[in-house]
Design a protein around this ligand. Structure first.
Ligand code: DGP
Length: 127
């Protein structure tokens, strides 16, 4: 069996978000459980801007399959709760924007699936 098969969260040694999950690169953590990790974006576009990621290395949305459905479902259910905890104002006057850049045409820069959660009063820097 490979090392990855033994590891609870297979990592890509060169992946910056895997290093953040492992604590090898510091981040401002928002949330962590056995499968998911969230931290503030280093270049925020909005008053609230954090990234919600699976701990396991998945390069992008394009690599998802049925085995990931429960985890991605948990991620999407968690996002609104964290958004409020981080200072997004309640729906419908407040709310938030969720963006998942995927691939070159999707303007994805970091090749570890990440869900941007942005909110807070406008105007925003971008988005
Ligand atoms: P994108 O792949 O285009 O969806 O954007 C990647 C985002 O990741 C971008 O908004 C900046 C953020 N980012 C990149 N490197 C780091 C880092 O080392 N720490 C943190 N906290 N955020 C990062």
């Amino acid at each position: 069996m490979t090392e990855a098969a033994h590891h609870p969260h297979p990592r890509d040694a060169d992946c910056i978000f895997c290093k953040i999950v492992a604590g090898q690169i510091p981040s401002r953590k928002v949330y962590e459980d056995d499968e998911l990790f969230a931290f503030h974006d280093i270049h925020p576009w909005a008053p609230v801007h954090f990234l919600l990621i699976p701990k396991v290395h998945i390069a992008s949305m394009a690599q998802l399959d049925d085995r990931h459905a429960a985890m991605m479902g948990r991620l999407m259910v968690l996002a609104p709760r964290l958004a409020l905890e981080q200072g997004c104002q309640p729906y419908p006057e407040g709310g938030f924007r969720i963006v998942v850049n995927t691939g070159a045409h999707g303007a994805q820069e970091v090749q570890h699936l990440h869900v941007h959660v942005m909110g807070g009063p406008r105007p925003w820097l971008r988005g």
